[in-house]
Design a protein around this ligand. Sequence first.
Ligand code: SAM
Length: 185
Amino acid sequence: MNKVSNAGVAVRNEQSPGDFYPTPAEATEAVLRHVSIPEGDVWEPAAGRGHITDVLRRHGHHVIETDLYADVHGRGEKQDFLTIDTLPSGVSTIITNPPFNLLSNFIVHGLAFNPELLILHAPLPSLGSTGRGKIFNQRPPSVLIISNKLRIDTPNGIVRSIFNHLWYIWDRRNPVPKISWTEAK
Ligand SMILES: C[S@@+](CC[C@H](N)C(=O)[O-])C[C@H]1O[C@@H](n2cnc3c(N)ncnc32)[C@H](O)[C@@H]1O
């Protein structure tokens, strides 16, 4: 059965455990141009097949990968982010592209770790939601909107997303929220 994934592309359910779809490298490059990663390790807690972590490593960052379906995707350690209650030692930054149906849970759980930097990739329509509105009012993120539509690598080939995407950024060094736009090319 087909569904529209959080990437805004049609994918087959059985081919995307955990709502897997890869973050295009240019989206990660765009956020790395916008925000500096503080000293310390970076944790990708829904690492999938390593599309974000490969870019981070190319930039010289030390990255820890975990994923609920690590056994399927073949990267990192198999762990449910939402049941982990201690920030791994040495980690200053959490970055991921969570499954859309768990986005609010990932926001609340990620903020509870109080990392120096929390960065989450999501579709633009995720800004509008009653539940998330309450969370955002309490902990307003900076938002980096990717103004061009991303090309997503799906099991059916590379497809341009229906939605635009953004990065939510909670940066303890810059707590005043700001909205910015960039192109991911
Ligand atoms: C949209 S994909 C993104 C994959 C990778 N972060 C990337 O950007 O390419 C979402 C990922 O979340 C993982 N996932 C789903 N539920 C999870 C959970 N509760 N804890 C950790 N990972 C989870 C899936 O296995 C999948 O790899």
